[in-house]
Design a protein around this ligand. Structure first.
Ligand SMILES: *Cc1c(COP(=O)(O)O)cnc(C)c1O
Length: 466
């Protein structure tokens, strides 16, 4: 074969065997639907949406092998063959000796954080995902984020914006004292920070530091495959290693992990709590039994564990990961070409539109990212997700609105769920929204604000400011 031979870039590494028809309502009906939903896309019915990129959570398309596993699920209370399949996948692919199945990611958080979080002690992270932070607060612990400065720079193409800043960590630990530190959590990829990866070197560094002061380090690891793919692509020394080998090295620097399997588990529901120490496993077992279920099913049906075990094998395949990241990358390229502003570089599971740049004339108090989400739905029937000031919520002490550093709107794609033609449709829809942005003079105000910390964002309604 000629040395100069270059392959054509691959299309999606799967073909479609089952389809779910989706339709697009006419513009007038979309207007009526959004009005009925109180200008809150969360309140739309799924049937009113053409392309749903609100979240990548639980929205994956399962493979033929996963569906086959569902049909042969072993529903025994204990000793299910699917528990052992899952155990094998956790050991061989993720590299942890002990684990509990859980009903989803926050189930794993409840078990681990409820067991080890201590009142008044600080838990230090690159950045916390919302459910993890609220479990910590619920248990009386305090949260400190030390993500690197590059993470806050919209235009920086720094490849590992999920990294923690070790100098910031050391300064913080010295300030509050080692005795007031509980443990460390690294979110990989960093979902709240744009789906940006953590480098191997950074994890190794923080792990060594945590050890040196006698603290444990856990991974919030919903997107374990995507983070490893970025290391393979962007970090020196990993190009020729397999994803599984990279994953083994990565997890070797941690004491355990919490996984929402609705992401890189390639299933619609499920979670995992994995760990190294038997002692910790036994400590957590009580909460697992009280809140999730018996040790060998933890809130899942046997068939769910079977699909998850298979999903863990599929998500670490190079072809799969390359196809996934390529689709998002080409959407980013289209945004670059047509002037849709977004947080750089493209993340692993989503692209985040910078709504402050789309609507520089709309103040943060009128929720520019929600404006973008509403306009995108009206223009195209595409549903995305506000991740700006509305999502930030209000200060529990003063009751005042907290403003996000950037009002981002997240376009998160379910794994294997949409084709490149759908991505192109989204690119054109966003281009049109940006082109017409100057016509939208004002933003959105609360019509009926539901003043609860965790639900305001999902169930409040909004009206257009005059
Ligand atoms: C989704 C997610 C969770 C919570 O998982 P659920 O399955 O939604 O309960 C925790 N951490 C991260 C990083 C996530 O993306």
């Amino acid at each position: 074969m000629s040395k100069n031979f270059q392959e054509i870039p691959m299309a999606e590494p799967y073909r479609i065997k089952v389809v779910e028809p989706v339709g697009r309502l006419p513009r007038a009906e979309r207007e009526a639907a959004l009005k009925r939903a109180g200008n809150n896309p969360f309140m739309l019915k799924s049937e009113e949406v053409y392309i749903d990129i609100q979240t990548d959570s639980g929205t994956a398309a399962m493979s033929d092998a996963q569906w086959a596993a569902i049909m042969t699920g072993d529903e025994a209370y204990s000793g299910s063959k699917d528990f052992f399949k899952l155990e094998k996948a956790v050991k061989e692919i993720l590299g942890y000796p002990y684990f509990f199945p859980t009903h989803q990611g926050r189930g794993a958080e409840n078990i681990l954080l409820g067991t080890i979080a201590q009142a008044g002690k600080w838990v230090v992270s690159n950045q916390f995902f919302g459910t993890g932070a609220s479990h910590l607060v619920y248990n009386g612990a305090r949260c400190m984020e030390c993500v690197c400065d590059e993470a806050h720079d919209n235009d920086s193409d720094y490849p590992f914006k999920g990294n923690i800043d070790l100098e910031k960590v050391k300064a913080f630990v010295n300030k509050v004292g080692v005795d007031n530190i509980g443990f460390f959590i690294m979110t990989c990829t960093n979902n709240p920070g744009g789906g940006q990866p953590v480098s191997m070197a950074n994890l190794k560094e923080i792990s060594a530091y945590a050890k040196s002061i006698g603290k444990r380090l856990f991974l919030d690891f919903a997107r374990f495959g995507e983070n490893m793919y970025f290391i393979k692509q962007k970090e020196e020394g990993y190009a020729d290693k397999s994803i599984v080998d990279i994953l083994h090295e990565f997890t070797s620097y941690s004491d355990g992990c919490m996984i929402s399997a609705k992401k890189d588990g390639l299933v619609n529901i499920g979670g995992l709590l994995c760990m190294r120490e038997r002692e910790l496993y036994l400590q957590c077992a009580e909460r697992e039994i009280n809140f999730e279920g018996f040790l060998q099913y933890g809130g899942l049906a046997g068939r769910d564990m079977a699909a998850l075990a298979q999903g863990i094998h599929e998500v670490v395949k190079d072809d799969y990961l390359e196809g996934r990241i390529q689709l998002l990358q080409s959407l980013g390229d289209k945004f670059d070409a047509t002037g849709v502003p977004y947080l750089h570089p493209v993340g692993g599971h989503a692209i985040y539109v910078n709504a402050n740049r789309v609507y520089p004339h709309i103040p943060q108090s009128e929720f520019p990212a929600l404006v973008f989400a509403c306009e995108l739905y009206l223009e195209s029937g595409v549903r995305c997700c506000e991740m700006g000031s509305l999502c930030k919520g209000f200060d529990p002490d003063t009751g005042e609105q907290i403003y996000a550093p950037i009002d981002l709107c997240r376009l998160a794609f379910g794994r294997r769920a949409y084709t490149s033609a759908h991505y192109d449709y989204v690119a054109e829809a966003c281009r049109r929204v940006v082109e017409k942005a100057h016509k939208r003079k004002r933003g959105l105000l609360f019509d009926k604000e539901e003043r609860t910390q965790s639900c305001r964002y999902f169930i409040s309604t909004f009206k257009w400011a005059e």
